[in-house]
Design a protein around this ligand. Structure first.
Ligand SMILES: C[S@@+](CC[C@H](N)C(=O)[O-])C[C@H]1O[C@@H](n2cnc3c(N)ncnc32)[C@H](O)[C@@H]1O
Ligand code: SF4
Length: 399
């Protein structure tokens, strides 16, 4: 059985078999040119500039320390996320990829994704980033409407985004782009038109997120002051439903609650997370799930960029969390991640992780309400009706 050591009944990642969860490396670049008013990611603006050579050396050092703890892995995916990694000098990206290849074996078909903002300045770097080893870009287009882009505080226009997409198409084997919907005043018709135009761009992969108001962002303050009229639940649900209908009709089904792809073009790195594979987090505020001496551990590094830098310079790593996970915690995480996927989970793997099977009476109850189903191959998955209430479904199964 893939991914499960049936002899010891301990969970083990199948690193070699094609289609196994694999081993991914997440690299966080924490800087942006400006802070978008909806964003609560670990991103910082440094008007005085940053010492990129120093940061590059620290990334390389943290990779070496991490690899010493968990050697003998085959790296199947690498993801540069942010912040805005398209602001990194291509030489920095190359140095990080070299360090990864120096300490681990890199799979010949490794997926190397980099998140890019679609300004003309960044698009001009795409070729150099390709030469550095990036083979997939994920572009933060967010909207194809200039007024919406201004509202979202973005630094690019719709024209610039379309131009950046054209460059990405030419330079990279794979590209994806993100849109944010359920924006204030967005009608079902205007979103349908925008999504149809986006799909016409021919991307094999789209990430479509509903605008979320995160605590302590400028948008949260605006909403608290009654100045941000967000769509009500019914409208948001209509927008979600039409998103899925339109993408299905164009051969881009949701393989995860917010991610759509032509079959075969799924983001392999994100699949490592959702299939509860093993991944190392490198850089400020990066999270990891790694197996050390038979135990699965949750890791996280210092979030503040310069404090992370100093920790790495002093200790070789920026870890502030490095905790073993109990079987129960692992089982909950496995459910939380796996049920986001259209393919669902393998119940036997849940049993191997947690040491006990899923509660059949709860499954039966949820199935009766049409929220989950068992596939002919025995996988458990959330139905189209269940996805909009995914949190409640997971909470019920995990309880
Ligand atoms: C943190 S960003 C990093 C990529 C890049 N800096 C950018 O902005 O395009 C990753 C994606 O998260 C999504 N995102 C961030 N905050 C969000 C929010 N509050 N609501 C919905 N989507 C959000 C955006 O679509 C964005 O492309
Ligand atoms: S550019 Fe991306 S990471 Fe940076 S603030 Fe905006 S949404 Fe957040």
């Amino acid at each position: 059985m893939r991914g499960v050591d049936t002899v010891t009944a301990t969970f083990r990642i199948d690193r070699d078999a094609k289609g196994g969860p694999g081993f991914g490396i997440y690299v966080h670049w924490p800087f942006c040119l400006s802070k978008c008013p909806y964003c609560d990611f670990n991103s910082h603006v440094r008007h005085a500039g940053i010492d990129e050579t120093r940061f590059s050396r620290a990334f390389v050092a943290e990779i070496a320390t991490t690899a010493a703890r968990m050697p003998d892995r085959m790296v199947s995916t690498i993801f540069f996320g942010g912040g805005t990694p398209s602001l990194m000098a291509p030489d920095t990206v190359a140095a990080i990829l070299d360090a990864i290849a120096c300490h681990w074996t890199v799979a010949p078909d490794v997926e190397v994704t980099l998140e890019a903002n679609p300004t003309s300045v960044e698009a001009a770097r795409f070729r150099a980033l390709r030469s550095a080893g990036v083979n997939r870009v994920s572009l933060g287009v967010q909207a194809l409407d200039d007024a919406a882009l201004a509202f979202l505080g973005r630094l690019h226009s719709a024209r610039e985004a379309l131009d950046a997409l054209a460059v990405a198409r030419e330079v990279f084997e794979h590209y994806s782009f993100d849109l944010i919907y359920a924006r204030p005043d967005q009608t079902a018709q205007s979103w349908t038109d925008e999504l149809e135009r986006a799909i016409a761009e021919g991307s094999q992969h789209l990430s479509l997120y509903q605008l979320t108001i995160e605590a302590e962002t400028p948008f949260a303050a605006l909403r608290a002051a009654g100045k941000l009229a967000m769509p009500d639940d019914d409208t948001a649900r209509r927008l979600y439903d039409s998103t899925h209908e339109i993408c299905d009709a164009h051969g881009l089904p949701a393989y995860e609650i917010s991610n759509h792809a032509r079959p075969g073009a799924e983001c392999r790195h994100n699949l490592v997370y959702w299939r509860y594979g093993e991944y190392a987090g490198i850089g400020p505020g990066a999270h990891g799930r790694i197996d050390v001496a038979g135990a699965r551990r949750a890791t996280a590094t210092e979030k503040h960029p310069e404090r992370w830098l100093m920790r790495v310079e002093q200790m070789g790593h920026g870890l502030v969390t490095d905790d073993p996970l109990t079987k129960g915690e692992q089982a909950d995480e496995f459910l939380l991640m796996g049920l986001r996927l259209a393919e669902g989970i393998e119940p036997a793997r849940y049993t191997a992780i947690s040491g006990r099977p899923l509660d059949q009476s709860r499954i039966a109850m949820l199935a009766q309400h049409g929220l989950v189903e068992t596939t002919p191959t025995g996988r458990l998955r959330v139905t189209a009706a269940g996805f909009p209430v995914l949190d409640a479904v997971v909470a019920d199964l995990a309880a």
